[in-house]
Design a binder for this molecule. Structure first.
Ligand code: GLY
Length: 361
């Protein structure tokens, strides 16, 4: 085992994030230091189960943990109230009490569902995130946002429940199909746009293990500071939704056939381009963002009209009455929030969908 980075997310209570290699094989001993004695319910999905469930279960059992496991079907379609209910029933059938814990082994869907279940089972028990995708590693495993989708939109039912620890084994990234790796890069680029030139430059480098480790480390340092300042998204944390208002609309309009990362990539471009067209952002910003996204073969053009996207976005939970707040990138490392009447959202998206010559070359 090689622990390459050990940082603390400074919320109340603080929790550790370990980044390294070989962590899953040693999950039991690492988790024992954090959770002590308890029973463990391990939640994973059908893809991850075939790769890592046995390894993690063996390590936990070797460290003395009684483990029961539940496997959900892989894919965004599992992020629903029906699957949540099945996970809760499973926790109850496994006899977990308030001293016990859930482990989320997988990507964003598993993390959201398992975290949600841990957050409401017996009014809240502990859980540990073992992210196996880049998207979960750079973003969703940290910060405690857990949710499921409703027919009306993404993440409409959920809660904030911080994990007790995050163990990020970068060996898992080696087994990811490039499309899934690219999904995670979209969230990393989002964080890079907010955090500044150093992370943005890293995102332009080939996605080798050492680069990915550095990207995850920097993304989580940035996110940890933001979450610590605003754990329940009352203010600053809203910046982490950069590009997500159009992204969630794209996902909804596509019937969830467009992945979250691909939608985020298109959403980032829409907000940057809108910022340039409307005079809020530095000229040339969209081209810089497109170049780094295209470097990871992420899409930069949304296949929907502004009116369709605005209608879908206005069902989004971030809408407040007659106004909506958008995060606009000003330049790399700088952003501004704009609160606009909902009636103007379509015009902003239309600006964001305008063609730019420097985006495709
Ligand atoms: N993924 C955005 C957040 O955790 O706030």
């Amino acid at each position: 085992m090689d622990i390459m980075s050990n940082q603390v997310i400074p919320v109340d209570p603080p929790y550790p994030v370990l980044i390294g290699q070989g962590l899953l094989c040693h999950a039991g001993e690492l988790i024992r230091e954090i959770l002590g004695d308890c029973r463990i319910a391990l939640i994973t999905d059908s893809n991850v189960a075939s790769l890592y469930l046995e390894t993690v279960t063996r390590s936990l059992e070797t460290s003395g943990y009684p483990v029961s496991s539940w496997v959900i079907p892989a894919g965004e379609a599992s992020k629903n109230m029906g699957e949540l209910s099945l996970v809760l029933e499973f926790l109850a059938e496994s006899g977990l009490d308030r001293t016990d814990a859930v482990i989320a082994l997988g990507g964003g869907v598993v993390g959201d569902l398992a975290g949600f279940a841990a957050g409401c089972y017996l009014r809240g028990i502990r859980y540990v995130q073992l992210p196996t995708t880049l998207l979960a590693a750079v973003d969703s495993s940290v910060g405690g946002k857990c949710a499921v989708d409703l027919a009306e939109g993404k993440n409409l039912a959920g809660l904030f429940h911080q994990p007790s620890a995050v163990l990020c084994d970068i060996d898992c990234l080696a087994t990811l199909p490039w499309l899934v790796l690219a999904d995670g890069m979209a969230e990393a680029v989002k964080t890079a746009i907010l955090s500044g030139d150093e992370l943005f430059a890293l995102c332009r480098r080939p996605a080798e293990p050492s680069v990915l480790r550095e990207i995850i480390d920097r993304c989580l340092t940035f996110k940890g500071e933001v979450v610590a300042a605003d754990p329940r998204e009352q203010g600053l944390r809203r910046i982490l939704n950069l590009g997500h208002t159009p992204a969630h609309a794209i996902e909804l309009c596509s019937g969830y056939t467009v992945s979250h990362g691909q939608a985020v990539a298109m959403g980032l471009v829409i907000m940057a381009r809108a910022g340039e067209v409307l005079g809020w952002s530095e000229p040339g910003l969209t081209g810089k963002i497109c170049a780094v996204l295209e470097h990871h073969q992420l899409p930069v053009r949304a296949p929907f009209q502004a009116a369709q996207l605005a209608a879908a976005a206005l069902r989004d939970k971030k809408r407040k009455g007659t106004q909506i707040t958008l995060v606009i990138p000003v330049r790399i490392g700088e952003w501004v929030e704009k609160t606009i009447p909902v009636t103007e959202l379509e015009a902003v998206f239309a600006a964001g969908l305008e063609e730019f010559h420097d985006c495709s070359n």
